[in-house]
Ligand binder design. Structure first.
Ligand code: C2E
Ligand code: CA
Ligand code: CA
Ligand code: CA
Length: 280
């Protein structure tokens, strides 16, 4: 049966009650987790095709819950968004990225990985104080905006009236913007005309197609065509096989991310993947 009846129906389903209880407990735990230092970040390499040289990384948040173990972000980010904890949590992630980036620049100079990507949630982007907070963190950490990129989803941009304005203010700080999970939302190409976007991250659902003839492969080819025309970079997400990487490269992709090149890893492990070559 579907929850078509809404609220009333849910109240009589014990499974729904348990799910709601669980979310409430998770929400309560989330508030304490920041203070309890239960969060940490991992870095997943973004590489150039076809040589696999690291050009940057995406920062991915992890929650080590004292009883539940590792809680995936797909579970706790939506709860953090609903409860408003996302503002503090997102600011913490951005600060980690800035500190790490500044540290790598100081220690590796030109050999540091090009750019650290940070996910920004819809609620953060809709917050009128968001840009000021970002600017303050940049000042406090001394991070170079050339080495940072913010990832926002199409949905976040379409849902907030002020999103384009916020993105333009972030651009004015020197930050670059990526549209994440591109192709999964209700986007239209006209968004690219109004949205100051530097990078499209092509969702893994299109990338993981099994053959060169399936619908995903056709979408992937079309996206690289218009990003090139718009002067936008494209990153293929979720690349797991050598065959996928080869087809993406043949289609014109220069950047990719996925388990083939590296899983999300600690900062220390990521340092080992830097390569100074290729940066001209
Ligand atoms: P996303 O931004 O699309 O991040 C990419 C996700 O794909 C990551 O999952 C990454 O581990 C996974 N992935 C990377 N390569 C592969 C691959 O080859 N195959 C497969 N199957 N998966 C791959 P993760 O780390 O579990 O994060 C899930 C989502 O949670 C992220 O999706 C993002 O929407 C959200 N998230 C993670 N960290 C943050 C954060 O700091 N802030 C916000 N607002 N959201 C975050
Ligand atoms: Ca992302
Ligand atoms: Ca993505
Ligand atoms: Ca995603």
């Amino acid at each position: 049966a579907k929850a078509a009846g809404g609220q009333r129906w849910q109240r009589f389903d014990p499974r729904m009650d348990r799910a709601a209880d669980d979310t409430a407990r998770l929400a309560a735990d989330l508030r304490g987790a920041l203070a309890g230092e239960q969060f940490f970040v991992l870095y997943q390499p973004i590489v150039s095709l076809p040589d696999g040289v690291t050009t940057g990384a995406e920062v991915l948040l992890r929650w080590q819950h004292p009883e539940r173990g590792l809680v995936p972000p797909d579970v706790f980010i939506p709860v953090a968004e609903r409860t408003g904890v996302i503002h503090e949590l997102g600011a913490w992630v951005f600060e980690q990225a800035c500190r790490q980036s500044a540290d790598w620049s100081a220690r590796f100079g030109a050999g540091a990985p090009g750019r650290i990507s940070v996910n920004v949630s819809a609620r953060q982007l809709a917050d009128p104080d968001f840009v000021d907070a970002v600017a303050a963190t940049l000042r406090a950490t001394g991070a170079d905006t050339d080495h940072l990129l913010l990832e926002v989803t199409e949905t976040a941009v379409l849902n907030a009236e002020t999103a384009i304005d916020q993105l333009n203010r972030l651009k004015a700080l020197g930050l670059r913007i990526a549209l994440d999970d591109f192709g999964t939302g209700h986007s239209s190409l006209s968004l690219l005309l109004t949205c100051p976007v530097d990078v499209l991250k092509v969702d893994k659902s299109f990338v993981s197609g099994a053959s060169a003839e399936d619908a995903g492969a056709i979408i992937v080819k079309n996206i690289i065509g218009f990003t090139t025309d718009f002067g936008i970079d494209a990153v293929a997400e979720g690349v797991e096989t050598r065959d996928q990487a080869e087809r993406l490269h043949a289609a014109g992709y220069r950047l990719a991310q996925g388990y083939l090149f590296g899983r999300p890893m600690s900062a220390e492990a990521f340092e080992a993947t830097f390569q100074t070559a290729a940066v001209a």
